[in-house]
Design a protein around this ligand. Sequence first.
Ligand code: RB5
Length: 144
Amino acid sequence: MKIGVGSDHAGFAFKQTVLAWLERNRYEINDFGPYNEESVDYPDYARKVAFAVADAECDSGILLCGTGIGVSIAANKVKGIRAALACNPEFASLARQHNNANILCIPARFTDAVTIEQTLQNWFSTDFEGGRHEKRVNKIEPCC
Ligand code: RB5
């Protein structure tokens, strides 16, 4: 399974935690940057990961910024992307079960390493439930 990862400067430090967890758990990684803590614009990195997931170059994506809000807004502009902001591990499970989310967005300034690792664990071990949720997810379409 290949995972696209990206952040901005605020998410850079915890991106290392994410990369280490993915390596330990033997996921293939495409790190779209940034590669240092210099200030950058989160839409640039959100878009790279979102396009990689939408084009099936990656199976899913992980994005980090200060709140997780900016990267989720930006990623969700790409057709086919369902980027979910997960403030805790339960959000990650529900984003997979109910929303079939394909990008996980992490609020780097409002979390800690233990929470991130449990969030990743839930994200990768939870499947979409389908059923009544499938009809709803299919209604999520660009409308103008
Ligand atoms: C960067 O200061 C911050 O605005 C960004 O990381 C993010 O939180 C935006 O949504």
